[in-house]
Design a protein around this ligand. Structure first.
Ligand code: HEM
Length: 479
């Protein structure tokens, strides 16, 4: 009896010692040098709960400001089960982006995008898909084929909204975006397939950026199920089109090398995964940023008035010239709207916009950032009063006379930096400008209860509804 007791005492003691050792190692990670200061939080969950606390979307999270105050602009932590370095140092962010290429994402995200994803497989495949995307979504592609689709979809959705007395900005933008991309990519889809595709999106926002455990019924489980459904659907559509000899839209022509600039290096599976990546990244960013922008406009009557002036002029000019559709020149002439969007992107970038997996030990000052850690670069310069006077104020006029088409500078990085700079930036800006243009056709206001929070992604707990009614003055001048 005593022997059994001793045996179990020994086993339990061993487990406790092992556990303490593991916890000690977790809290005190080692590197080939001195790690940046910081704390690793609780085993496994690290400091995720604090990091993911919802905060005002137009202010840097308390987690970040508190840590910077304590440790300085570069510190270590643990998030989503991974070891992480967070940096609010612009110079370091630029340097890491230049010398590190692999995207830094927790496993749940990596899983969502798939292991064979050409954006992450190798440098060559990454370069290839970036070039393809630029053919499609660069300014040439936007000017030639996208602007009309976005214009006509935004006009139609806004008309429906006006008839119903209002619309939800985020939801409507998401519909416009998916309809526009799906049409350009897949061409016409069977009605049922198109409906199912939109249905699958329901699961994404909730499952986004979480721990990677895939347990039946949880967010990751639903997300991966929806992913599979979407991939099957897209594949089926492509195969059916191929069998029937039906023409592909420009996008697949580029992918399958049927027109100049394309090359035949992508098989169907890779092509579908690639299309899926574009859909997810587009849908998880632009609609929310646009809804936040509309909220900022709504809360700043002077901005709203100036926008109205700009768009009334365009409606009037078009009526005089007897034109209906928006042209690239019209888009370029919407200077104030672009200032509004630049400002909104600045003030809503309260999230790391540069995520990398550190590939080799990286030395910065006295510190070593170890290979294998995730690096998250916050664009804190957006809130630096030396760069932006009164940085928490939403002031589009601060962009007057500046380069409005640029998407990256040492003081502005809402679309990331380096080899992973967003490829959809111009497309996103075009979509936002056109939406605002059509909104200004109407008398509109956002519901007063609307709030914009961030929990890594932008959230609208009370929706993003605008009430819309026909504006007789604008209606008369736009015919
Ligand atoms: C307002 C809207 C958007 C914002 C704020 C945004 C922001 C970003 C950021 C911060 C990155 C990461 C850059 C890095 O890690 O250094 C990124 C990458 C990316 N974005 Fe966007 N994005 C937007 C819209 C879009 C759209 C509409 C698309 C596609 C149609 C898109 C496609 C991509 C892709 C494919 C990447 C990965 C690029 C690569 O790995 O080479 N984004 N975006």
């Amino acid at each position: 009896m005593v022997e059994v007791y001793e045996f179990w005492t020994m086993i339990i003691s061993l487990v406790v010692v092992k556990l303490c050792h593991w916890i000690y190692k977790w809290r005190n990670p080692t590197s080939n040098g001195k790690l940046p200061p910081g704390s690793m939080g609780f085993p496994i969950i690290g400091e995720t709960l604090e990091f993911m606390k919802p905060h005002d979307a137009f202010q840097l999270p308390t987690f970040l400001t508190r840590k910077i105050l304590r440790y300085g602009p570069v510190f270590r932590t643990s998030l989503f089960g991974a070891k992480v370095i967070i940096s609010a140092d612009m110079g370091l962010n630029m340097e890491v982006a230049k010398t590190n290429h692999a995207p830094g994402a927790p496993k749940s995200l990596a899983r969502l995008f798939g292991e064979n994803n050409l954006f992450v497989q190798s440098r060559e495949s990454h370069k290839h898909v970036r070039n393809l995307t630029t053919l499609f979504l660069g300014s040439q592609g936007l000017r030639l084929s996208m602007i009309q689709s976005i214009d006509s979809l935004a006009r139609t959705h806004m008309e429906v909204g006006a008839k119903n007395g209002g619309l939800d900005v985020k939801e409507t933008t998401s519909k416009i975006l998916i309809e526009c991309l799906a049409k350009k990519v897949m061409g016409d889809m069977e009605a049922d397939a198109a409906k199912e595709l939109t249905h699958c999106w329901r699961y994404f926002p909730r499952g986004w950026f979480r721990f990677s455990w895939n347990i039946p019924g949880n967010g990751v489980y639903h997300m991966l199920k929806a992913r599979k459904q979407m991939m099957d659907l897209l594949k089926e559509t492509v195969l059916k089109k191929r069998e029937s000899g039906e023409q592909f839209e420009e996008f697949f022509k580029i992918i399958f090398g049927e027109i100049e600039g394309g090359s035949k290096t992508m098989n169907i599976e890779e092509a579908i995964e690639y299309v899926f990546t574009l859909f997810v990244l587009a849908n998880e960013t632009t609609p929310a940023v646009l809804a936040a922008t509309v909220k900022l406009i709504n809360d700043n009557p002077k901005v709203k008035q100036e926008l109205r002036r700009e768009h009334e002029r365009i409606f009037r000019d078009k009526t005089e010239k007897d034109e209906a559709d928006l042209t690239w020149e019209d888009y370029k002439s919407m200077t104030f709207t672009q200032m509004v969007i630049n400002e909104s992107l600045r003030i809503s970038s309260t999230v790391p916009t540069m995520l990398r997996m550190v590939e080799h030990d990286f030395h910065v000052g006295d510190y070593t950032i170890p290979a294998g850690w995730i690096f998250m670069g916050f664009p804190s310069v957006h809130f630096n009063p030396e760069m932006y006077e009164d940085p928490l104020a939403f002031n589009p006029w601060r962009w007057e006379g500046k380069d409005l088409r640029g998407i990256l500078s040492r003081t502005y990085m809402p679309f990331g930096v380096g080899s992973r700079l967003c490829v959809g930036a111009e497309f996103a800006k075009l979509q936002m400008v056109i939406f605002i243009h059509h909104l200004c056709r109407y008398r509109w206001s956002m519901k007063t209860e609307t709030t914009v929070l961030r929990r890594f992604i932008l959230m609208f707990p009370r929706g993003s509804d605008v009430q819309i009614s026909e504006d007789s003055e604008v209606a008369n001048s736009s015919g």
